[in-house]
Design a protein around this ligand. Structure first.
Ligand code: SF4
Length: 177
């Protein structure tokens, strides 16, 4: 029996919602079977991992400068420059998952993780909520979503640097650290 966890996948290129005209893409790797069993082994093997065992979400800052978010049936990756780069990245990350899975008997799994990431509503409550679009997002909610995906930075909302928002800015920084 094959010890490959991911035998086949589909790749989808996604334009970033918050950065119109961006020269990069997000990529979604859709996987038919549930790959979450490998997450505790990946958590033990990889550096810079943010793992939430109960939610089955593992976020990894790859050595290649890309950010990978693993869920049960999907791996989301950004930023990717073009389709050719996306295809080789997909093969490489799927290869890494299969490699860790094939070595699992020699890895002590770990379910330890950082605090769960903040929710979109938690962030939205602390944003100015004017939907002014100055950050490039259509709404503050969309900006909150980009913050969670780590595809935007707080500085992207220029209004947070105003004194009136200082307290909320501090709270946001704590939630996102
Ligand atoms: S710039 Fe700030 S206030 Fe304006 S939409 Fe973006 S997050 Fe909301």
């Amino acid at each position: 029996m094959s010890d490959q966890l991911v035998c086949r996948y589909d790749m989808e290129m996604v334009a970033p919602e918050c950065t119109p005209g961006a020269s990069w893409w997000g990529v979604k790797i859709k996987i038919e079977n549930d790959i979450s069993e490998v997450f505790p082994y990946m958590n033990a093997e990889l550096n810079e991992v943010d793992y939430n065992h109960s939610a089955k979400i593992l976020v990894w800052n790859g050595d290649d400068g890309l950010k990978y978010a693993f869920r049960s049936n999907e791996i989301a990756v950004a930023p990717v420059e073009d389709r050719a780069g996306a295809q080789s990245m997909c093969d490489s990350i799927v290869g890494m998952v299969n490699d860790i899975w094939s070595r699992k008997v020699n890895i002590e799994p770990s379910i330890k993780g950082k605090a769960p990431p903040p929710s979109m509503l938690q962030l939205l409550k602390l944003l100015p909520k004017t939907n002014c679009k100055d950050c490039g997002c259509a709404t503050c909610m969309a900006f909150a979503a980009e913050l969670i995906k780590k595809q935007a930075e707080l500085l992207g909302c220029p209004h947070l640097s105003q004194d009136a928002h200082a307290k909320n800015r501090e709270s946001l920084l704590k939630l996102l650290e």
